[in-house]
Design a protein around this ligand. Structure first.
Ligand code: PEP
Length: 232
């Protein structure tokens, strides 16, 4: 079971240090824990979590080794920092920053090639679900990915991210089953996971963990979700 915290554009180095110092002291045996701070906070997170089982991942990475790509970060730069992996294809990148299936595929491929662990995000919008297109969308998003020991997927229905709306465990289970029939890798669920709903979601056999946004910013709620994963 894997619990990953996506901090999005929250927590600079000082807040990251405070969180990591608190996280270091928690007993979290029996669950794999990953935190994904913004780029500028990766170094301090790696430093403060060194020697623990808690991994640090970025929120994105570029596919070229280096070059004139203002605002992007290369795989080698993450490796140099001691970062363990990266999220790729988060729906906020797809929605607001023009990320496409093609660029997601390139980022995932480059990161895996370099030995990074990757959490690749997929999921349908509310309109797509209403039009009964969920499976078509997932199939299309998955078409650029191949199984790899270092790859996990996060099924994140876009309508459930940061909205307080959560897919029912049944809906998540159905989507996870479909995803696994297309690509045989672990699948995390993401979309308003909180301490109150984590245990029920994580009890489903097809749900291999969670990618947590809002609730990962607070040490108490994040560790409560990690503990729900340990118990499940
Ligand atoms: C996310 O950012 O991946 C996410 C699932 O956010 P939230 O938990 O806030 O819905």
């Amino acid at each position: 079971m894997l619990i990953a915290g996506n901090w999005k554009m929250y927590k600079g180095p000082a807040e990251t240090a405070e969180f990591c110092l608190g996280l270091r002291d928690q007993e979290l045996e029996g669950v794999d824990v990953v935190v994904c701070p913004p780029f500028v906070s990766l170094a301090v997170a790696v430093q403060l979590l060194a020697g623990t089982e808690i991994a640090v991942a970025a929120q994105n990475v570029h596919w070229e080794e280096e070059g004139a790509y203002t605002g992007e970060v290369a795989v080698g730069m993450l490796r140099e920092l001691g970062v363990y992996g990266t999220i790729v294809g988060h729906s906020e990148r797809r929605q607001y920053f023009g990320e496409t299936d093609e660029t997601v595929g390139k980022r995932v491929h480059a990161a895996l090639e370099a030995g990074l662990f990757v959490i690749a995000c997929i999921g349908e919008t509310e309109e797509e679900r209403e039009r009964n297109e969920t499976e078509d969308v997932l199939r299309r998003q998955l078409s650029v990915l191949e199984p790899d020991d270092n790859l996990v997927l996060a099924y994140e229905p876009v309508w459930a991210i940061g909205t307080g709306k959560t897919a029912t465990p049944e809906m998540a289970h159905e989507a996870h089953d479909f995803i696994k029939s297309q690509l045989d890798v672990p699948v995390l669920y993401g979309g308003s996971v909180k301490p109150e709903n984590a245990a029920e979601l994580l009890s489903r056999s097809s749900i291999d963990g969670a990618l947590v946004g809002g609730a990962s910013l607070d040490l108490e709620s994040f560790t409560a979700i990690c503990r729900a994963a340990i118990r499940s």
